[in-house]
Write a protein that binds this ligand. Structure first.
Ligand code: NAD
Ligand code: GDD
Length: 327
């Protein structure tokens, strides 16, 4: 399928990835008609004027029915989530997103929606495969036997599975991407839900502004991750929605770095060197995680390729502006 005149709904459109998705799809001339989020409108990261922006709690079935009315294509990104600091301390809240996923799937089926995209996560992968910082990149099959991230990861894995069975049993065409840590401007950089790239940029910027040249890093800094820039994420999301990929697929960068290297890059962008303090009892998550992109290459002949150094420079500049504007 190629998106042309279909009426598109984005759930979670007031959030980081949802906000970018609404904007980029609109810029391409795609018919995004509605964007829904539970946050008050003045808290949405981005808003497009020619879209119906609705504030609804999608955990409620009636809200989902309202959101799906007259819609052909759904991008379901709404979830109560955040970085390790949030998901490790809010497992029940993360799992309650199962209501949103369940009710949106039911509403989409009943509204005769043609295609349904679901944003899953690398947190579905078996923890035993992520014990070493020197991790073997995760292949899609590594999600089973199941041992996902407690709370958040279990919910994502369950909802992936629900998408599959809605397609098999009810004929609702579903597509599932497993996002690996996404970063970029117009995202959360403070308040407790922020992920490492934004958190580290914020800490470097604050150290420069206060003149207190030190930084707190969670864990020992040797843990590894790959980080995907938002432009790769929005491109890949559309491509997966339009594709004939019937199984959950990785959407992530394969450029692996240690958290110490992430800090090196942020310091280099900021032109500063900070004294590092390691908080070993902070939320840490898995020791190592990277995306194996063999499958996405096979299906799309493409994979996320924006360099961390380039994406982080844009993210850093945006966060710096935000912090200075607030002051
Ligand atoms: P985000 O928190 O910025 O966006 C999610 C949005 O969903 C928020 O604006 C939130 O208010 C909204 N929401 C939450 N509960 C809702 C409800 N009951 N009704 C309506 N809206 C509700 O997060 P994001 O980074 O943009 O993530 C988008 C999706 O991608 C989520 O499903 C997330 O789990 C998934 N994901 C993100 C990452 C990442 O690194 N950002 C990685 C893996 C998966
Ligand atoms: N958030 C954060 N803040 N993490 C830090 C910090 C900090 O100040 N300092 C070091 N870290 C370390 C964390 O301890 C963790 O080991 C690593 O950086 C990455 O943390 P996050 O970016 O918070 O999360 P994650 O990569 O473990 O998981 C994220 O990505 C998943 C997809 O790959 C989460 O956002 C999940 O919700 C998401 O699904």
């Amino acid at each position: 399928m190629k998106l042309t005149n279909e009426k598109v709904l984005i759930c979670g459109g007031g959030g980081f990835i949802g906000g970018h998705l609404v904007r980029t799809l609109k810029e391409k001339g795609i018919n995004v008609v509605r964007s829904v989020d539970v946050k008050p409108l003045d808290e949405w990261y981005q808003k497009q004027a020619d879209v119906e922006n609705l504030v609804l709690d999608l955990r409620d079935k009636e809200s989902c029915v309202k959101a799906a009315e007259g819609i052909d294509v759904v991008f379901q990104l709404a979830a109560d989530m955040g970085g390790m600091g949030f998901i490790e301390n809010n497992k029940a809240l993360c799992m309650l997103s199962v209501l949103t996923n369940t009710h949106m799937l039911m509403a989409a089926r009943d509204a005769g929606v043609q295609r349904f995209f679901y944003s899953s996560s690398a947190c579905v992968y078996n923890g035993d495969k992520q014990k070493s910082a020197n991790v073997v990149p995760l292949k899609e099959e590594d999600a089973y036997p199941a041992l996902p991230e407690d709370g958040y990861g279990w919910e994502k894995l369950f909802s992936e599975r629900m998408c599959r069975h809605f397609e098999e049993d009810f004929g609702l065409v579903t597509r599932v991407a497993r996002y690996h840590n996404v970063y970029g401007p117009f995202g959360t950089y403070d308040g407790g839900r922020e992920k490492a790239p934004a958190a580290i940029c914020r800490k470097v910027i604050e150290a420069k502004l206060t003149g207190k040249h030190e930084i707190e890093i969670w864990g020992d800094g040797h843990q590894t991750r790959s980080f995907m820039y938002i432009d790769d994420c929005t491109y890949g999301t559309q491509a997966i929605l339009e594709s004939e990929i019937h199984e959950p697929i990785n959407l992530g960068s394969s450029e692996i770095v240690t958290i110490n290297q992430l800090v090196d890059i942020a310091e280099e962008i900021g032109g500063v060197k900070l004294e590092r303090r390691y908080k070993l009892d902070a939320p840490k998550g898995v020791n190592g995680r990277n995306s194996d992109n063999t499958l996405i290459q096979k299906y799309l002949g493409w994979e996320p390729s924006i360099k961390l150094r380039d994406g982080l420079a844009k993210t850093y500049a945006w966060i710096e502006n935000e912090i200075k504007a607030k002051k």
